[in-house]
Design a protein. Structure first.
Length: 538
């Protein structure tokens, strides 16, 4: 090897070593060194920012990381919105309040590293964030990916220059969006700071009113900020970011450090569980789940699904044999599909046979592509009333359909007053307009189970109202989970959304006993003398 070549090789190695020693590596390759405090920055054009970024504000933000388009973390630098899934053009290149917010949060806690998930874009109305919209799916998906590296500690929301026709309706839609996000991320106390908008006095008043009834929330004000064509300049964006941080710190300090825990003074009865009851191991999975979740007794509801509902007489006998070792511990419902029987009398014969073999109710009644009071559904209710079986129904946009006010549900309850009926699913979506409260109060034969994320979503919108609603309807509500073979192992979300939420409402002990146990015993006729015993594996 020539001396010149050897010298060249040595110089190359030394150069690489010097670069690595002084940290001159690609910022994209740097990784957060510990769990992050994660914040979501979402909204419209003002969150994306229209302000030019001063040269002094383009450097790396100390102890701050940004989730990029690959859902990986990189050292955070402005513009912070450049990886938004809904941004375009200027939305990717200008300054929003994120920089001021990040600086203030890291200054507040010098031991913390924070992660920012920024998803803002212009030309979006509030409805563009609602439901299964691209904007909502974008922030939800990116946020769930971010949770792998830390805990989501809060959200700051700042919309664009929209002037809604109905500011009160805007605020209620925002309440729904926040509630969805809290439930989907499994953080029911997730702090939310809402930014006011320049020149929108009526809307800002509604946003302030919203935070009065929405727990763990506050408003970041805009007094004294400089606005040009409804957009904030760089200095104002930095100041607004600081205000967001100040409010976030206050809200976080007000959240109890001790999270509610599942009740230790009683065991649950869960009247809404799904299992592969036709398979030998289907109920064994239920029994194991019950042991892990402090469930004394449950009711399994079949779905029109292979393995869940028997399709032949042989499968039916197998299912009944699977239930026998769990007598007094795992009960069952039976199922009739609309159109399955031509007459009420035929359906009654089927139901009486099911009752003789241990069925305690009929459900989960789907009514696919039918209005709630369709004649095919009415046949089922009439048969159940004659047989003496409660009905547990499901409502959504394609099953047992109703209009606002749910008059069709009233029609059925009035027509069959001696049939106990238990509501589930999207019935709860009309909690805010008073229909749920009214129906529970007006109809003696009507009840509702509190299973599924939609229930926690609705009750978590306004916890003061939720507590009053539950106490007022304490004899009509049944705690339940709606878990099944697909979710028995999803412990963290179940614990947050069902086992601890109601404990956090500080309900009277009498109310807790009713909703956790006694109402299920009453509605489904579970004999109290059936003393639950551990079932042997089979």
């Amino acid at each position: 090897m020539s001396r010149i070549y050897l010298c060249f090789l040595v110089c190359c190695v030394l150069s690489l070593a010097v670069l690595r020693f002084f940290g001159q590596t690609d910022p994209q390759e740097q990784k957060p060194y510990k769990a992050l405090d994660i914040y979501l920055l979402i909204g419209g054009s003002n969150m994306a920012g229209r302000a030019e970024i001063p040269e002094d504000d383009r450097g790396v933000i100390e102890r701050c990381f940004l989730l990029n388009e690959k859902k990986q973390w990189e050292p955070a630098t402005s513009p912070l919105n450049r990886y938004s899934s809904i941004a375009k053009g200027d939305d990717l290149t200008k300054m929003g309040p994120g920089l001021g917010f990040a600086r203030a949060m890291t200054e507040h806690d010098k031991s913390a590293s924070i992660g920012l998930v920024v998803n803002a874009g212009s030309d979006l109305k509030i409805d563009d964030w609602w439901g299964k919209s691209n904007a909502y799916r974008g922030i939800r998906g990116r946020s769930k990916a971010a949770q792998a590296n830390g805990n989501i500690k809060g959200v700051i929301w700042l919309h664009g220059d929209e002037t809604p026709e109905d500011p009160a309706a805007y605020a209620e839609t925002l309440r729904n969006i926040i509630s969805n996000l809290r439930v989907d991320l499994g953080e029911l106390n997730l702090p939310i700071i809402i930014g006011q908008l320049p020149g929108k006095a009526e809307l800002n008043a509604q946003l302030a009113k919203l935070t009065e009834s929405l727990h763990a929330s506050a408003v970041a004000g805009i007094d004294g900020l400089t606005v040009s064509e409804a957009q904030l300049d760089a200095k104002s964006q930095l100041l607004l970011g600081k205000r967001f941080a100040d409010q976030m710190i206050k809200v976080q300090a007000g959240i109890p450090s001790d999270a509610p825990k599942p009740p230790a003074d009683m065991k649950f009865i869960d009247p809404h569980v799904h299992a592969m009851s036709v398979t030998p191991l289907g109920l064994r999975a239920v029994a194991k789940w019950m042991e892990d979740r402090n469930i004394e007794r449950c009711i399994v509801s079949p779905l029109d699904h292979k393995g869940s509902r028997p399709k032949t007489e042989e499968e039916r006998e197998t299912m009944l044999a699977n239930f026998r070792p769990y007598k007094g511990r795992i009960d069952r419902m039976c199922l009739i599909e609309p159109g399955e029987f031509r007459t009420v009398d035929e359906a009654v014969i089927f139901l009486k046979r099911e009752i003789a073999d241990g069925a305690v109710a009929m459900g989960e009644h789907y009514g696919k592509e039918l209005m709630f009071d369709d004649p095919k559904n009415l046949l089922i209710y009439e048969a159940c009333e004659k047989a003496g079986l409660p009905v547990m129904f499901h409502i959504d946009q394609g099953k047992n359909m109703v209009e606002p006010g749910m008059e069709r549900v009233d029609n059925v309850l009035k027509k069959f007053p001696n049939c106990k009926v238990v509501a589930h699913a999207y019935w709860w979506r009309q909690l805010a307009n008073g229909s749920c409260d009214r129906q529970l109060q007006e109809h003696p034969n009507f009840y509702a189970d509190m299973s599924g994320d939609v229930v926690i979503n609705q009750l978590n919108r306004n916890r003061k109202y939720a507590r009053e609603f539950i106490i007022r309807n304490q004899d009509k509500l049944l705690w339940a989970t709606d878990v099944g073979w697909w979710s028995f192992g999803d412990s963290e979300k179940q614990m947050n959304n069902h086992y601890t939420f109601f404990e956090g409402l500080d309900l009277p002990d009498e109310v807790r006993r009713k909703i956790y146990r006694e109402n299920s015993i009453k509605v489904y006729g579970l004999k109290k003398e059936d003393s639950p015993k551990p079932a042997a594996d089979h």
